[in-house]
Write a protein that binds this ligand. Sequence first.
Ligand code: NDP
Length: 474
Amino acid sequence: MKTIDQHYIDGRFVASHGSEVIDLVSPTDRSVIGRVTLGDEEDARAAVRAARRAFKTYSISSLEDRADYLQRLHDAIMARAPEHIAIRTLEYGGVARHNAFSIQGSAKVFLNMRKTLEEMPFRKRVGAAEVLLKPVGVAALITPWNSAIFMVCNKLAPALAAGCTVVVKPSESSALQIRLLVECIDAAGLPPGVVNVVNGRGDVVGDELTRHPDVAKVSFTGSTTVGKAVMRNAAETVKRVTLELGGKSAHIVLDDADADAAAAFALSAAFMNNGQACIAGTRLLVPEHRLAEMKAALLKASSQWKVGDPADDSSALGPLANARQFDRVQGYIRRGIEEGATLLLGGEGHPPGLEAGYFARPTIFVDVRNDMTIAREEIFGPVLSVIAYRTEDEAVEIANDSIYGLQGWISTGDPVRGKAIAERIEAGAVMVNRIFDLFDEAGVPAGGFKQSGIGREFGVYGLSEYLGTRAVFA
Ligand code: NDP
C-alpha cells in the first residue's frame, strides 16, 4: 500500500498543509491500495505563487527550449510506460486493450504539440502592426479520473508549449497514477515552478484555483454541472476558460450499413474505457426496418465484451471506477426499466462471480425513446440505448436533440453519404466508420458544442487557448 502525502510545488515534493486523509480503494476487489493526504487552500495558493514566479522567465523561454521540454516529457513517460499501465489497472480498473492506447497517447500528445509549435505563427504582420502571440499567464488544469494521465498530459502539452506555467488539480481518486506521472515530470527537468501539482478536493483546491486572482486561465475536464461552477468562479476575475464536459453522443447506423460491422463498431464506441468516456456513442440510432437484424448483430458482437479482472488480458471491460459510479450506473439502469425501455442485454447488478468489485453488466436497452432519461443524461458506464428512426432527416434530428454536442458516430456502406450526414451533426467531432485516431492526428481539434463545453483541445486550436494576441504598432 502506498501513502501519498506530498504535493509537487516549485520543483520539489513538499509536505501537504492540508491534513485530510482518504483511502484509495481498488475498484476490482474494494481493498485499500493507498492513502492520500489532501491539500487545502494554502497548498493551492503556494502552488500558484510558485507558478507565478516561474512565469516571469518561462513565459519568455525560447520555442526551442519548450520543444525540448515537450520531447523530454514524452521520453520520461514512455520510459516508465509499463508502470503507468500497471497502476492504471490497479487504481482505475483499466483493461489492457485501452491502457496501452491511453498511456502511449498521453506521451504522444507532447510530440504532437512539439510539431504544432513549429507550425504556429507566433509573430505575424497585420497591416501596420506586428501581432504577437503571448502566453496568457498561470493556468489551472483541473482533471477527472476516467483517463487520469491522458487528461493531464493533454492540457499540460499546449500550456507548456504556449509558455504558461501551471497548477494541476487532478482527481484525488487518481493519486497513484498521478504520483507516477509527477515523478516523470520531475525527471524531465523543467525549471522549478513551471509545473505544480496539488492533490485535493474539487470544492477546496479546485475552488481556490478557479477564484485565485493570479490564475489567468482554467482548463477543466469533467461533468457539466461542475463545469458551470468553474465558469461562474472564473468570471469574477475574467479568466479564460476551456471546458471539456459531458456528452450523450449519437451513433447513426444508416440503412446501407453492414449489420455486423455496425454492431461491433457501436459496442466499441459505447463501451470503450469501461464505458467511462465523454465521447462514448451511447445512443444508437437504427433504421426501424433493420431493428431485428441489428438486435441480433448486437447480441452476437457482445460476446467480444467479456467483463472481468482488468489484470487479465482477456477482459474487455473492467470495473467502474468507484462505488459512486457503480451506484450511479445502477440507478440509470433501474430508471430505464421504469420508463419502459426493454433490456436486450444485461441489467442491474454484478455479472456472476464479480460481486467483489464495482463491475457492472454491459447493458443494451431497446425500445428507447429520445425523451427517456437514459437517452438524455450521461450515464458514464457500459449502457447503450437503441432508438429507432424512420428517415435520415429524423435520425439527424434525434442525434441533435440533446443538450450535449461532443461527438457523433456514423456507420454506413457509403462513406460519401456518411460524410454528408456528419456535416449535419452538431458535435465537435464525427467519426464515420472509424473508432478513434485523435492521438495520431496531431492537428485535429476536439471539444464540444452546446453544454459539452467551450474551446478546443489539440493542435493549433488547443495551443491558441493558452495564448493571447498583442498588437504592436511601431
Ligand atoms: P467532476 O466534474 O465532479 O470532477 C472533475 C474534476 O473537477 C475533479 O478533479 C474534481 O475534483 C473537480 N471539481 C469538483 N468540484 C469542483 C469545483 N467546485 N471547483 C473546481 N473543481 C472541482 O466529475 P466526477 O468525477 O464527479 O464525475 C461525475 C460525472 O461527470 C461522471 O459520472 C460523468 O458523467 C461526468 N464526467 C465527465 C468527464 C468527461 O470526460 N467529460 C470526466 C469525468 C466525469 P474531485 O477530485 O474532488 O473529484
